[in-house]
Design a protein around this ligand. Sequence first.
Ligand code: NDP
Ligand code: OXD
Length: 316
Amino acid sequence: MPTFEKGRILLAVTGFTPQRWYELLSASREVVLEPEGRTDPSITYAVVWKQRPNILSGLPNLRAIFSIGAGVDHIFRDPGLPDIPVVKVVADNLTQHMVEYVLWRVFDHHRQGMLYRAQQKKKIWREPAQRPASDISVGIMGLGALGTAAARALHTVGYRVNGWSRREKAVENVATFHGDRGLVSFLNATDILVVLLPLTAQTQGIITYDLLRQLRSRNALGGAVLVNAGRGKLQKDADILRALEDGTLKEASLDVFEVEPLPKTSELWNHPRVFITPHAAAASDPEHIVAPMLAQMDAFERGEDLTNVVDRKAGY
Ligand code: NDP
Ligand code: OXD
């Protein structure tokens, strides 16, 4: 049997060099790097991150599209997207990174990291009051693979945890809310809001000033806190600045922004109560993602169902 009788892969990526993805995928299948192969009938899979628009529409035998990340909004932006299954990443390694990020940011806000860094700059020796995690409610917007794992970890270290999802959901030790009807109650019970939603037509721009006003600001932290590691277009950067200025928000940790990279002119960069990371909460590591991806392709060719296929209608 020839080595590459299996379907070939089109690797279509913008924004970074996919060398390692190419090497690991090539260990098992022939890989074509876009812009080559755009009408190649031997290509049956596309592995993509922010692919250039319309490049998948000319592939006559494309059977499935694999996202390099957990988010798929970058795929659905494509006007020429063929009507075939889109598979997202669900990987322990990625989930672990997101859990680490969420714990890190929640601990830092809870344990007054911003205050201590400001004091250190001025050589101030002053100890603020300490409150236990059990006095603080963290609300996770988006109780999916990442949000649920973060919720469990936060409960384990002592926080009270709320979760909000589209559909009704039960998660042990988490007070769950869902849909438009549950949103205000969820926010009213939340001191630190952690956003782990996907970007869809329904969620775009959801983190507004008015939404932030619903958070519980009279709390053990002395104010409400926002952590967004979902997508930048969920939020309005200007609304976050306004909320920080008038005390609606005490502090924010932002990993994602309306425009990325965050423009140098953004006031968020220099804000003393904003902590910025460059869309780095949970990177997709090819060493952990490619092997299961290839295994899925093999299984699919044996007639098995693909897993982690996104719901095109819901957009995630
Ligand atoms: P999932 O698809 O597993 O979960 C999404 C969650 O959001 C579900 O609980 C879903 O509700 C909820 N949701 C979706 N739409 C709505 C809505 N309209 N109203 C209320 N809840 C809604 O996603 P993941 O947990 O795997 O990932 C979440 C997002 O994190 C990704 O889409 C990506 O944008 C982002 N991400 C960011 C990274 C970073 O480095 N900053 C890294 C990886 C991911 P339901 O349970 O009812 O379906
Ligand atoms: C993802 C991301 O969606 O890294 O996985 O943002």
